[in-house]
Design a protein around this ligand. Structure first.
Ligand SMILES: [Ca+2]
Ligand SMILES: [Ca+2]
Length: 297
């Protein structure tokens, strides 16, 4: 009798903890994934380590798009906690948060220069236009990152580890395309036609993962060489899913991405990993709502 009660109690505790926690994490790696989720009500930033979830922000505002520095000590992210979107920095050890920008317009999608001295971000300059900016962490001054770019609007820049190339999304006549900027010779190159976006460069600088709408019209994760050659659809068998926000693992042998079933449009993003050698896809984080912008480090 007592044993049965105990078992029932344990079972209840187990099911209720599942209900209250509201998520399933299956991440079996020694590295970390930082991402944003609204499963607790509004968008917060979370850190996923080996099957363990840590909430990094706790604010009624929208907190999203976390990107770590090269040493994995701090993240930059964007938040509208002071009325409009600004860029913030958080020390991952002390959790101390500092505001980096204060323009009354929106500043979003921050990332780091290879030497961690600059933050790149997108400044909203009009209803449908954005300018990619470069913030000097030493002086606190911002300037345009691509003053001579042949595109009206550029967004979501990521620099390779050697600081030689910056990959970004540019607005073309007929939509978005993936482009890169070569730092030494100040040259811009279109790497895709329109219908592609959100490139991320691999740790060795040789491969680019990005989103392409060509195959299923919803979005797939594609891989290409950093010169735009050998484009491959990595999520060809996921025709009924929106596959978005790819990011390489620290070793470059896997990719983390967000995927939402067609029936839920873009409101049911769960986190998956993809093994580039075996092609195996595993769900690492599931919850209600959207789990977006994963960054693996
Ligand atoms: Ca929040
Ligand atoms: Ca702002």
């Amino acid at each position: 009798m007592f044993r049965n009660l105990l078992l029932t109690g344990l079972l209840l505790a187990w099911t209720s903890s599942l209900c209250f926690s509201g998520y399933i994490a299956k991440f079996d790696h020694d590295s970390r994934v930082v991402f944003s989720s609204n499963f607790e009500g509004n968008a917060e930033i979370y850190l996923l380590t080996r099957n363990l979830l840590t909430k990094l922000t706790d604010d009624p505002g929208t907190d999203e798009w976390a990107v770590p520095d090269s040493k994995g000590e701090s993240i930059v992210f964007t938040s509208d906690r002071s009325g409009n979107f600004d860029v913030y920095i958080m020390n991952l050890k002390t959790r101390e948060v500092k505001k980096l920008t204060a323009d009354s317009r929106d500043e979003v999608s921050p990332s780091w220069s290879a030497d961690d001295r600059f933050i790149y971000y997108d400044l909203k300059t009009g209803r449908n236009s954005w300018q990619t900016m470069k913030l000097d962490l030493g002086s606190g001054r911002s300037a345009r990152l691509f003053p001579d770019a042949p595109y009206k609007t550029t967004i979501v820049p990521f620099e390779n580890r050697r600081g030689e190339e910056i990959f970004f999304t540019a607005k073309a006549l007929m939509g978005w395309l993936v482009a890169k900027y070569s730092v030494p010779d100040r040259k811009y190159t279109d790497l895709t036609e329109s219908g592609s976006c959100r490139p991320k460069i691999s740790p060795d600088g040789r491969k680019v993962a990005y989103v392409c709408f060509e195959d299923d019209g919803l979005g797939d994760i594609y891989l290409m060489n950093s010169d735009g050659s050998q484009k491959t659809n990595l999520t060809k068998d996921r025709a009924d899913f929106y596959d978005y926000y790819p990011c390489f693992s620290p070793k470059g042998d896997m990719i983390v991405f967000s995927s939402s079933p067609k029936s839920q449009k873009k409101t049911g993003y769960q986190l998956y990993t993809l093994n580039l050698q075996s092609g195996e896809v595993s769900r690492i984080f599931a919850s209600n709502g959207n789990n977006s912008f994963p960054y693996w480090f």
